[in-house]
Design a protein around this ligand. Structure first.
Ligand code: HEM
Length: 413
């Protein structure tokens, strides 16, 4: 099992390219704009959200897209798979990933997801924690601990989750750099289709011999489990397995890197809360949920209305694409007092950062466990941790995907 990976000097390049396209630097905080949208209603036309003319195509029967911005509207839509379908991902992420759970509706979705769920069971997580997450996190910290300074994004929060997901799949250490790069490039489909399609093929080439080996001889890693999993007595075919891995690589790498970076940023800029957490680790679960509520890594997802309905009193016609603004829902003042504030002690109320309903994030328990391990390690091993005062203007940015570009810190070596 791999324990750490050497980070090449241009390791952030694919992320850097991706982050720029996703609004890094250009969008520092979308939250005041989201608050304005919430004043207009729970679910509003895309043109109203953009402050422009109607976006319906003239002479077309296709309804204009809508944007869900209140918590209750977002929750209702995500829970209601009778009226709202995920199938439209087939035209975006599905092009590069292939057919995954993300774009399936029940009952097929229920069937496939039940099978994948086993890989994320409590006993599987306990094993990943001991065999992968802890050694990877501590190995990365070992590499910089004597320096008394580090960039926690480049040296810790960026490399650790991608190494974990690679280890779960059984990817050998020699291929970790390639895996790390393609995990990021796959989700570039919206703005760099050629790179995304190349990454699709590269990941398949990397996995093909590993899968063939596991078809012959079962192993107890994720790929070994998928190689022998069955639906109604039929084995999953290779394409189905590659598709799932193409979803898991970025899902596992990208979101956890962002959520753990955002939480560490929140703590470093609210040092009373950092010290409270250091002294009382029972605050950890609340700190993790508050980090995701306050600065969710992925602000928006999509659904398509498939039968006329109403959401929070607003009529929605069949055929309407709906943009689900998770970032706005997580800051809804109807649900949280002072929603813009980062406060790990605020009363617990479920946020919607992991979505809701049948597509609720499959990796949420893994993400929570990974974040607990990395935060505990940082608090235990880096006394006197603080943002480097020489670094000016460290901040979170991005529209769809949010994270700090860097976390330069000092600590007592
Ligand atoms: C803090 C970290 C994470 C956040 C905020 C997050 C967020 C989300 C969201 C919002 C969805 C719903 C997408 C939709 O329905 O359109 C989702 C689905 C999913 N996530 Fe995560 N995720 C995180 C970590 C992970 C990890 C670590 C993994 C796996 C290694 C993972 C695997 C998945 C998968 C497979 C789905 C599809 C589930 C389905 O369609 O049934 N996620 N995630």
């Amino acid at each position: 099992m791999p324990t750490s990976v050497e980070i090449p000097s241009d390791a952030l390049d694919p992320f850097e390219r991706f982050n720029r396209a996703a609004g890094k630097g250009s969008v520092r905080t979308p939250y005041p704009r989201y608050a304005e949208l919430r004043r207009k209603g729970p679910l509003i036309a895309a043109s109203e959200a953009a402050g422009s003319r109607s976006m319906s195509l003239e002479g077309s029967d296709t309804p204009e897209a809508m944007v869900a911005v209140h918590f209750d509207a977002v929750q209702q839509i995500l829970r209601d798979s009778d009226h709202f379908s995920s199938a439209l991902y087939a035209h975006s992420m599905g092009v590069v990933m292939g057919p995954t759970v993300l774009q399936m509706d029940p009952p097929r979705h229920t069937e496939v997801r039940a099978l994948l769920q086993k890989a994320f069971s409590k006993s599987a997580l306990r094993r990943w924690e001991q065999e992968l997450v802890r050694p990877i996190v501590h190995g990365l910290i070992d590499a910089f601990i004597e320096r008394g300074r580090a960039d926690l994004v480049r040296e810790l929060t960026f490399p650790f989750p991608v190494n974990v997901i690679a280890g779960m799949m059984g990817v050998p250490e020699a291929h970790l750099d390639t895996f790390q790069r393609v995990a990021v490039e796959i989700i570039s489909i919206a703005f760099d289709p050629a790179i995304a399609m190349r990454a699709r093929q590269e990941l398949e080439d990397l996995l093909a011999p590993l899968l063939a080996e596991r078809r012959r001889r079962p192993t107890d890693d994720l790929l070994g489990m998928l190689a022998h999993a069955e639906i109604d007595g039929d084995r999953l075919d290779d394409e189905m397995i590659y598709s799932f891995c193409r979803l898991l690589a970025p899902a596992g790498a990208e979101t956890t890197y962002r959520s753990s970076s955002n939480l560490i940023f929140g703590l470093l800029t609210h040092t009373d809360q950092l010290e409270a957490l250091r002294a009382d680790r029972s605050l950890m679960p609340r700190a993790i949920e508050e980090g995701i509520r306050w600065e969710v890594p992925l602000t928006g997802i999509m659904r398509m209305c498939k039968a006329d309905t109403t959401v929070c009193g607003v009529p929605v016609r069949a055929g309407t694409p709906v943009m689900i603004n998770i970032g706005s829902a997580n800051h809804d003042e109807r649900r949280w007092d002072d929603p813009e504030a980062f406060d790990i002690r605020r009363p617990v109320r479920q946020h919607i950062g992991f979505a809701a309903g049948p597509h609720t994030c499959l990796g949420m328990h893994l993400a929570r466990m990974e974040t607990t391990v990395v935060l505990d390690a940082v608090l235990d091993r880096l006394p006197g941790l603080r943002l480097d005062p020489a670094a000016t203007d460290v901040h979170i940015s991005g529209e769809m995907f949010r994270a700090p570009g860097e976390l330069p810190v000092l600590f007592e070596a």
